[in-house]
Design a protein around this ligand. Structure first.
Ligand SMILES: [Fe+2]
Length: 241
């Protein structure tokens, strides 16, 4: 299983604030049986250029790799790490030139974070434009956070031909589990993520969510979901054609 959304690279954005925390987070993923993690630091177009962001992400990843290299006890069954970004939506994003560089490395999949203020029809249309005009496939981050947006816009958004990610928390939080399971079972949610930032307030919690999903929907369902995730990543890999 892949954790598609995380902030564990050290010293970049509001994620892990030290290499020690990053290593502890990796240990948590390993103990939860996760095979692959996508590192998705925040990208805000008004604060950063893609070049600057990629430079900082790379430096952070290199320092983490050096620390992993120095920790042989961590290296057995360590999940593989892929680099990506959590890109906040902005007006004009469908025409933004640097978008492809922010996709999950080696693919055309883009983890897209929608705004938390009230949506407009134009915003939903523009996400559709990304999918239909750029060759990039959006994966909408933590879809559960937007379900109280205007109903007709949520409906239009969920009808877009894109993918949706939800956070482990959606499954674990009291009162939301049934809804989360329903959206997963219906195939609305394709990717899961911990959206982990640290070991305290926003920890690695995808393992407990997967445990609950397995208990509710069964082992085969979880295996099929993991296979579907890998199929999508292959289908949208940059050298697929
Ligand atoms: Fe996030």
């Amino acid at each position: 299983m892949i954790d598609f959304h995380s902030h564990f690279l050290p010293g970049i954005d509001d994620g892990s604030d030290s290499i020690a925390v990053s290593l502890a987070m990796l240990e948590a993923w390993r103990s939860q049986g996760i095979e692959e993690i996508v590192a998705t630091p925040h990208f805000y177009a008004d604060h950063n250029s893609p070049e600057r962001f990629l430079y900082r992400r790379n430096n952070s990843f290199e320092s983490l790799k050096a620390a992993i290299f120095m920790s042989p006890e961590l290296q057995t069954s360590l999940p593989s790490i892929r680099l990506g970004a959590e890109v906040r939506f902005f007006d004009g994003i469908s025409r933004f030139e640097g978008l492809h560089e922010l996709c999950l490395e080696g693919t055309d999949l883009l983890l897209l974070e929608m705004p938390f203020h009230t949506w407009t029809a134009r915003m939903v249309d523009e996400v559709g434009m990304i999918a239909s005009t750029t060759g990039i496939m959006p994966v909408a981050a933590h879809i559960e956070r937007y379900l109280d947006q205007p109903h007709h816009l949520v409906k239009a958004f969920l009808n877009l031909d894109i993918f949706f990610q939800s956070n482990a928390e959606f499954f674990l939080e009291q009162g939301y589990t049934r809804k989360a399971m329903k959206m997963l079972k219906k195939g609305i949610i394709t990717f899961l993520g911990s959206d982990a930032h640290n070991m305290s307030r926003r920890p690695v919690n995808i393992g407990p969510a997967l445990g609950l999903i397995t208990k509710t929907l069964g082992n085969d369902f979880v295996q099929d979901l993991a296979n579907r995730q890998y199929d999508i990543i292959e289908q949208f890999s940059s050298d697929y054609f």
